[in-house]
Design a binder for this molecule. Sequence first.
Ligand code: SF4
Ligand SMILES: [Zn+2]
Length: 131
Amino acid sequence: MADATARRPDRMRRLETIPQLKSEAETLSLMTRRYCRAFHGTPDGLLCPACAEFLAYALRRLASCPYGADKPVCAKCRIHCYRAAEKETARRIMRWSGPRLLFWRPKLVWLHLLQSRRPAPEKPRNRNRNP
Ligand code: SF4
Ligand SMILES: [Zn+2]
């Protein structure tokens, strides 16, 4: 079944216009590509069908993240918007690619560490209840 972002392609523009989401989209894409190359033998820059499907799903979730520019790291999120199967795939990819990212793109790791130190914001729909 198509999710809301698939029905609203304009949402995907948030991955270009919101710097936080843009940087996470780049990290996610890099980690998935490298994982796919290592485990599925795909040439660099390409994805096997399963990884392509996962990445498309993950980018749609990211583009729809209700936190927008205030997005916490997903590990600290109070919403957890992934379906169970994709959550497990993400966990597998992060576990392998996460430590290697330090060698591939140290700046991205540094940004992620800084971001993960920030407390998780409230769920967006609750924000206006306690001004
Ligand atoms: S898990 Fe939370 S922070 Fe991550 S994309 Fe989904 S809603 Fe946003
Ligand atoms: Zn793959």
